[in-house]
Design a protein around this ligand. Structure first.
Ligand code: UD1
Ligand code: MG
Length: 455
């Protein structure tokens, strides 16, 4: 196979997005539009990927810092041909170049591969049939052979009837591309240097131009507006849902699932409606996720159940654990196997060992909890004194009575019991009952409740 260079055109302003953010940084499935295009390009294993950037460009470069990309600035957007000209100094003489558009996120690597294979001695373009071709460059054929691409604004009435349109994706040997680009002029209605004019130049030079027609319109659809963005997002999510179904994941409703990142599922997982998965989420076998959960950067091990309305962010859940409903696991939370975290419980940077339970209405932050600990309803680790954070340690088999405040730093020893309603400020010894409440319980006989004052 010949060498491959890929040029991604991403300098357009994206005016119709009505946004201060560069168009290609808007997200599909939680990843910038351009990231999808770069992923497709990378899958084709090229020698080089050159990204032509313009508007808001520095932000775009920063978003992909650390990746092996060549960035080329197109200071003024003088047309797609002019954009590719900016990449010329980086192109290898003996390579073919694939041109991709930075705003077409569902671009299909297989279709690109087919195009590249055809581009060894000729110009290969990807086209599609559009029932309303308005705005697109038309593929003008002469006895089946491609003769030219004419932009909508430059087209005659007859040419505007043509429904075969240019996707903007093409593959071309660099030895031709270099010379054709140098011959482009901006003598057209838009006063732009059109990349598409290389078709006519090829024909003049007797180089065959072939158009490969794709039927997957979404894979060539560019994003120009928020409405395009929303539409493509749905298509992308449908594809993800279908892949999950194919792998054997049960989805209560494939239309009510959002994956904004990468979701990996083991066997027999079940996902109820309206769940959002963000970043990298891994579910083991037989994990059940209830309705309306938001799970981000998390590992949920086999047989765990995440009940409805649970939020998990940067946390791990061990096997056979049961979380929620209405639980919140914040960053740094690591739950070992067989743990239970119940409703209205918030955990932050808490490491909870095997078999421990925090079932109701608690805040446990900056804490290490041993095995088989039971934390009663309404327990609060007071980890913050207003300036600094401190740690709470609860050792194996301790029992914390309801409505207890553990003022950190503090350690509760093994098998210690803390009486309900205690405010614990000093370490509690192992194997003992510790309590710290108001000294005595008083009753005032005949005490009257306050009455509402009549106006
Ligand atoms: C282009 C094609 C048209 C095709 C259509 C498909 C040309 C002349 N026309 O038209 O045949 O049907 O795409 O959507 O190529 N860009 C730059 N620098 C520029 C101009 C554009 O980087 O100076 C980038 C844009 O960011 C975008 C891509 O090139 O990713 C296409 O540009 P756009 O302005 O959308 O081209 P169209 O006029 O739609
Ligand atoms: Mg366009």
């Amino acid at each position: 196979m010949s060498k491959l260079n890929i040029v991604i055109l991403a300098a357009g302003k994206g005016t119709r997005m009505h946004s201060n953010q560069p168009k290609v940084l808007h997200e599909i499935g939680g990843k910038p539009i351009l990231e999808h295009v770069i992923a497709c390009a990378t899958a084709l294993k090229p020698q080089k990927i050159i990204v032509v950037y313009g508007f808001g460009g520095e932000k775009v470069c920063e978003a992909f810092a650390g990746e092996e990309l060549i960035w080329v600035k197109q200071a003024e957007q003088l047309g797609t041909g002019h954009a590719v000209q900016q990449a010329l100094p980086h192109l290898d003489v003996d390579a073919n170049t694939l041109i991709l558009l930075g705003d077409v996120p569902l671009v299909d690597a297989e279709a690109c591969k087919a195009l590249i294979e055809k581009a060894n001695n000729q110009l290969a373009i990807l086209s599609f049939i559009k029932s309303d071709p308005t705005g697109y460059g038309r593929i003008v054929r002469n006895n089946q052979l491609v003769a030219a691409i004419v932009e909508h604004k430059d087209a005659t009435e007859a040419q505007r009837e043509i429904q075969e349109v240019n996707t903007g994706i093409m593959a071309v040997p660099n030895r031709y591309l270099t010379s054709w680009l140098s011959q482009l002029t901006n003598d057209n209605v838009q006063g732009e240097y059109y990349l598409t004019d290389i078709v006519a130049l090829a024909v003049q030079q007797n180089v065959t131009v072939m158009a490969e027609i794709t039927t997957d319109e979404w894979s060539v659809t560019g994003i120009n507006s928020k409405s395009d963005l929303a539409q493509i997002e749905r298509v992308y999510q449908t594809r993800i849902a279908n892949n999950l179904l194919q792998q054997g994941v049960t989805l209560t409703d494939p239309a009510r699932l959002d994956v904004r990142g990468n979701l990996t599922c083991g066997r027999d997982c079940e996902l109820d409606v309206n769940c959002v998965f963000e970043g990298n989420v891994t579910l083991g076998d037989n994990v059940k996720v209830g309705a309306n959960c938001v799970i981000k950067n998390a590992t949920i091990k086999s047989n765990a159940q995440i009940l409805a309305f649970t939020h998990i962010d940067d946390a791990e859940v061990g096997e056979n654990s049961r979380i929620g409903p209405y639980a919140r696991l914040r960053p740094g939370t690591i739950l070992q196997d067989d743990t239970h975290v119940g409703n209205f419980v918030e955990l932050k940077n808490a490491q909870v060992n095997v078999g421990s339970k925090i079932n109701h209405l608690s805040y446990v932050g900056d804490a290490t909890i041993g095995k088989n600990v039971n934390i009663g309803a309404g327990t609060i680790t007071c980890n913050y004194d207003g300036a600094n954070k401190f740690k709470t340690i609860i050792e194996d088999e301790a029992f914390i009575g309801s409505d207890t405040q553990l003022i950190a730093p503090v350690t509760i020893g093994k098998r210690a019991t803390i009486a309900a309603g205690s405010t614990i400020t000093k370490n509690a010894p192992a194997d003992a009952l510790t309590f710290c409440r108001a000294k005595e319980q008083k009753s005032i006989a005949g005490w009257k409740r306050p009455q509402k004052i009549k106006k």
